[in-house]
Design a protein around this ligand. Sequence first.
Ligand SMILES: Cc1cc2nc3c(=O)[nH]c(=O)nc-3n(C[C@H](O)[C@H](O)[C@H](O)COP(=O)(O)OP(=O)(O)OC[C@H]3O[C@@H](n4cnc5c(N)ncnc54)[C@H](O)[C@@H]3O)c2cc1C
Length: 447
Amino acid sequence: MISRRKFITAGALGLGGFVVTERAWDYFSESKVKAKIVIVGGGAAGITMASYLSDMLRNDDITIIEPNEIHHYQPGYTFIASGTFRPEEIVMPERKLIPGNVKWVKDKVQELEPETNAVVTSQNGKIAYDFLVLVPGCETDFNQIDGISKESLGKSNVHSIYDFIGSYEYHKALEKLPGMKEGRLVFTDTYTKLKCGGAPKKITLLTEDYLKKHDSRNGYQLDYYCNSTNLMTPQIFGDRLQTLYDERDISIHYKRRLVSVDASAKKATFQILTEPTQERLSVDSSTELDTVDFDLLHFTPPMGAPGFVKNSPLAITEGSLRHGGWVEVDNEMLVQTKYNNIIVLGDVAGLGTSKTGAAIRMQAPVAAANLVSIMEGKEPKLKYDGYSACPIVTEYGKVLMCEFGYEKKLMPTIPFIDPGIERGMWWILKSHGLKPMYYYGMLKGLM
Ligand SMILES: Cc1cc2nc3c(=O)[nH]c(=O)nc-3n(C[C@H](O)[C@H](O)[C@H](O)COP(=O)(O)OP(=O)(O)OC[C@H]3O[C@@H](n4cnc5c(N)ncnc54)[C@H](O)[C@@H]3O)c2cc1C
């Protein structure tokens, strides 16, 4: 398929007759179908979809609804916390990323009305569509844990890198640790499905390595609390991480869920679970609890689909994914199961794979091509195989590249090397390659 813009780019770059001729053919295969497309959310998935669609459609009529003026490269949060990136390196004005021919409504969607093909916004009333691309990401619910709020992040040494400011606050706290000389550092996972499930482990391992590099490791006890019974699936990655935690003396406490924090007394209380669950549980007098002291707490907030999605007829109502209110969507086609004029991808999608930007890189071309097919009155053809990647930074200079698809099938990009070993080359890719690939490749619809 693709495309007008790439044709022009190829010509402008003077890539030679063959390429231009090939692009010329692509140019004429652009779809001439016309319809109004509304994209809800201008994050990683929204911008990528806008680029693909404005490329593939000659008569494009695309609107993005996105309230924020600044776009964050969220995978960079971990690297702000570790001091590898400066905060200003991962922000970009939204205006610079939205393709020129795409309209931007700076507003928030409050309600979905799929029966009448409209969304209700805060300030612009109802906006009608023929086709909807639903990509508002996931909501991090910092306030769900008693004693914590988004506003209190960084205060009393209670931190979370699942927030831009929070990641910088963590970095400041990290720099103070060598001077503190000793203490107990407590890290948590969460019980819901979460974006970048590797991030809680990355920050634990990076902190441990930072202490070693500053000759301060001996004074610190590190504890990791998680809802699950393993550190990660597929097992090859979980086993490797378990080995690293054991070798580096980081204690793991399985089947624990953070329920409250007393920041002034520096105490965190965990619910002891009999079985891991994604269900929101309530605490009563019969609940088994474990309260621990901390000098620094890094917690992972519970996550779910944004409220307007959870409360819509699009949310999953059965199985474990119903707890997050994620959108019910065909796992392969990325088309909503009840309304085939709605395409869903990114973190909000109730897919059986991990929520990452790497997953979106593979989902977007499938989602865009299938949307164009549906617009043309054809059956959607392309299939997404569940590919996701989580580069787990295990120390400054090494990354365990976890790549997998549906059913936890291993999907290594380089098949002939052992994926279960952390490597320097993945660190180089993560710290130098992935950010430019994100801004100038994925978000432009070029990869
Ligand atoms: C700490 C951390 C580390 C990560 N590390 C990695 C990594 O190493 N590799 C990787 O691949 N991924 C990583 N990720 C995950 C990756 O950033 C996300 O999976 C990706 O950004 C999801 O894209 P999205 O478009 O679905 O959601 P987002 O990028 O979050 O965008 C959603 C957009 O929708 C907008 N929106 C929300 N509600 C509304 C509304 N009501 N109306 C209109 N617009 C709305 C938001 O403002 C936002 O701009 C990490 C994430 C975090 C937080």
